[in-house]
Design a binder for this molecule. Structure first.
Ligand code: A2P
Length: 339
């Protein structure tokens, strides 16, 4: 008989939490009991899982008795407060927030890139799921880096509003409708109007003038690739797209990688789909990546200003591989190899 695992989803009513439920269903994860947890605002609501209506409970420190794995997607403060309680109750936490990502004792994992780091979950009982922008970039960097070490990365992101949660999805929808009807709009989630606009600010600013999101791209990429000397510089931009983050990625490698070789390496890598036929206007776009599991890469060109440089365009569904799917894939390795 297949062993089943009791799972708790913290933030089950949120944009990522909801996607976690869909991914667990689709991948036929061996779920025994499923506990859905959120704030008291959602207490008493029901969510569907495998055709059954399941009660949403209020998250407390006592929510984790008998749970094997907890998937957290309810923000950093909730993870910092409640992961230790879950671990004390005997569960392993897979955390989607940034709270634990840079803790040296906590593994930060993309299963296609650094699966062996999962073993480090024994340190604290916690595995961190990287930032979605980082996940899609390191998926593409890894096969190229294995062929010829990457020295420097310059990335600019074009990030969907779903990365900021349900309220931001509503904000783009409502602002778009209001503006098309000639009515004024108010900014709520973001500091400025997001509909028909681009905001060069994702998360808050740090003292060095970069945003948290930009520095997460720097530090998380180094930790996952396992190279503290890797130069990464980022500009993160929020765009009026509902689902799917896009990234312009410029890399410099130690030795030359031709465009043809880069295509081959990427096409052979797990979880990557190369969409690169410009004569037929084929390249990755967020509306096509939305709802898909793969990372899409295209517009692969030589950077003609340096000896060994490439430009790439990388698109992925930020709620799936950028969040829920990556977390569930970590859980799959965990149950197969360690629990
Ligand atoms: P709720 O729906 O009850 O507010 P999103 O990223 O889409 O905004 O979703 C955030 C998720 O995190 C929601 O499920 C939300 O629950 C949950 N959440 C936010 N704050 C807390 C908290 N303090 N305790 C438990 N769940 C929380």
């Amino acid at each position: 008989m297949i062993r089943k695992f009791n799972i708790a989803v913290v933030g089950a009513t949120g944009a990522v939490g909801n996607e976690v439920l869909r991914v667990l269903e689709e991948r036929d994860f061996p779920v025994g009991e499923l506990r859905l947890l959120a704030s008291e605002r959602s207490e008493g609501n029901f969510l569907e899982f495998r055709g059954e209506e399941i009660l949403v409970e209020k998250l407390t420190r006592d929510s984790f008795q008998g749970v094997d794995i907890v998937l957290f997607s309810a923000g950093g403060a909730t993870s910092l407060e409640f992961c230790p309680a879950a671990v004390d109750a005997g569960a392993v936490c897979i955390d989607n927030s940034s709270a634990w990502r840079m803790n040296p004792e906590v593994p930060l994992v993309v299963p296609e890139v650094n699966p062996r780091d999962i073993a480090m979950f024994r340190n604290k009982g916690i595995i961190a799921n990287p930032n979605g922008s980082t996940i899609q970039m390191v998926m593409v960097l890894k096969p190229l880096h294995d062929f010829s070490p990457i020295r420097r990365v310059v990335v600019s992101t074009y990030q969907a509003v779903s990365g900021s949660g349900r309220k931001a999805i509503d904000e783009l929808r409502i602002q778009s409708g209001e503006l098309l009807n000639g009515r004024p709009v108010e900014a709520g989630v973001y500091p400025h109007q997001i509909a028909f606009n681009c905001l060069p600010q994702v998360d808050s600013f740090l003292e060095n003038g970069y945003t948290r999101e930009e520095m997460e791209l720097v530090h998380e990429t180094r930790k996952i690739i396992g190279d503290q000397g890797l130069g990464v510089t980022a500009t993160a931009v929020r765009v009026p797209v509902f689902y799917g983050h896009s990234e312009s990625v410029n890399i410099e490698t130690t030795d030359k990688i031709s465009v043809a070789r880069a295509r081959e390496l990427l096409a052979a890598a797990p979880g990557i789909h190369v969409d690169d036929d410009v004569n037929n206007a084929i390249y990755p776009i967020p509306v096509e990546a939305a709802g898909q599991d793969e990372i899409f890469v295209g517009r692969i060109r030589e950077d003609e200003t340096v000896a060994n440089g490439l430009n790439l365009w990388v698109v992925a569904d930020n709620l799936r591989k950028g969040a829920a799917l990556n977390a569930v894939q970590i859980a799959e390795v965990l149950v197969k190899e360690y629990l």
